[in-house]
Design a protein around this ligand. Structure first.
Ligand code: PBG
Ligand code: ZN
Length: 324
């Protein structure tokens, strides 16, 4: 059937009609809000490269958790900024570390009304800013790093975390973390693996926020090459085999094709991370009034969902929760 019998515009005539046939539904249930907790702070501090986002002081986390629950946001992902960093990132698995303490306080405050996820990586805790321990030649020692990541994940689980999210991109880390959790009795703690994480310049504002830029070199020896797409499927396959419960693609908007391929290939619960640079880009354009913030944010989140993401990690979660 062709024009003039077929007219695609008929179902676009009113808002109600458009809603009836909408294929993609973005809801607050899809959102995960990232927060930074800085152990050195007494009160929260704005992050200059991410307008509207803050480094929280440890004393702010309870109120923050309450606010998220009130907004209906189901989950938070925690990033810690420790007071001391060393070569091996020891404070990452300190039982009274910044993240471990925050987990206990949030659980005490809101219980199971908020899913607490923790980012498991070394870069916020190492003096050199790499996601693992360094060998003499300056590259990251994969297998030595696995032990540290496993200790970090177990220490988060001991503090009561609901889910861990390794973001380091070492080979074998999902398996190492799964085994360590299971051996410590945490068989019920799921892993959301940063499965296809690209070496991206869109992480720039995050690294300012978390003081986690590598002091020498870059992360291209462990994060993925942006030119590759088949490799993302291979990475994701391996993480699933090693025990990942949720797989993640990161960044989101520049990698919508990857989200689509991962979802189609594995039909796993799939998350996408709308990263700091994606956030700051929209914020900057909105501040200059080049773009309408609300409509662009909702369009970007909807496109990520339409590509195949079930869950979206986004710094816009609070705004979106109010708008939806
Ligand atoms: C830690 C980590 C990073 C992000 C999430 N976990 C930074 C990095 O890999 O350098 C980036 C998140 C963002 O840009 O919003 N490895
Ligand atoms: Zn890292």
């Amino acid at each position: 059937m062709m024009f003039p019998t077929r007219r695609m515009r008929r179902l676009r005539r009113t808002g109600r009609l458009r809603d009836m046939v909408a294929e993609t539904r973005l809801t607050v249930d899809d959102l995960i809000y990232p927060i930074f907790i800085d152990e050195t702070l007494k009160s929260k501090q704005p992050i200059s490269t991410m307008p509207g986002q803050f480094r929280l002081a440890p004393g702010d986390v309870r109120a923050e958790a309450r606010e998220l629950v009130e907004l209906g946001i189901p989950a938070v992902i925690l990033f810690g900024i420790p007071k001391t960093k060393d070569e091996v990132g020891s404070s990452a698995f300190d039982e009274s570390g910044v993240v471990q303490t925050a987990i206990r306080e949030i659980k005490d405050e809101v219980g199971d009304d908020l899913v607490i996820i923790t980012d498991v990586c070394m870069c916020e805790y190492t003096s050199h800013g790499h996601c693992g321990v360094l060998m003499e030649n300056g590259s990251v020692d994969n297998d030595a790093t696995l032990e540290l990541l496993a200790k970090e994940a177990v220490s988060h689980a001991s503090a009561g975390v609901d889910m861990v999210a390794p973001s380091d991109m070492m080979d074998g880390r999902v398996g190492a973390i799964r085994q360590a959790l299971d051996n410590s009795g945490f068989t019920g703690v799921p892993i959301m693996a940063y499965a296809a994480k690209y070496a991206s310049s869109f992480f720039g504002p995050f690294r300012d926020a978390a003081y986690s830029s590598p002091s020498t070199g870059d992360r291209r020896g462990y994060q993925m090459d942006m030119r590759n797409s088949d490799e993302a499927l291979h990475e994701t396959y391996l993480d699933i085999e090693e025990g990942a419960d949720i797989v993640m693609v990161k960044p989101a908007m520049p990698y919508l094709d990857i989200i689509r391929r991962v979802k189609e290939e594995f039909q796993m619960p799939t998350a996408a991370y709308q990263v700091s640079g994606e956030y700051s880009m929209i914020k900057a354009a909105a501040e200059k009034e080049y773009l309408n913030e609300q409509s662009v944010v909702l369009e970007s989140l909807t496109s990520i969902k339409r590509a195949g993401a079930d869950l979206i990690l986004t710094y816009f979660a609070k705004d979106a929760a109010k708008w939806l």
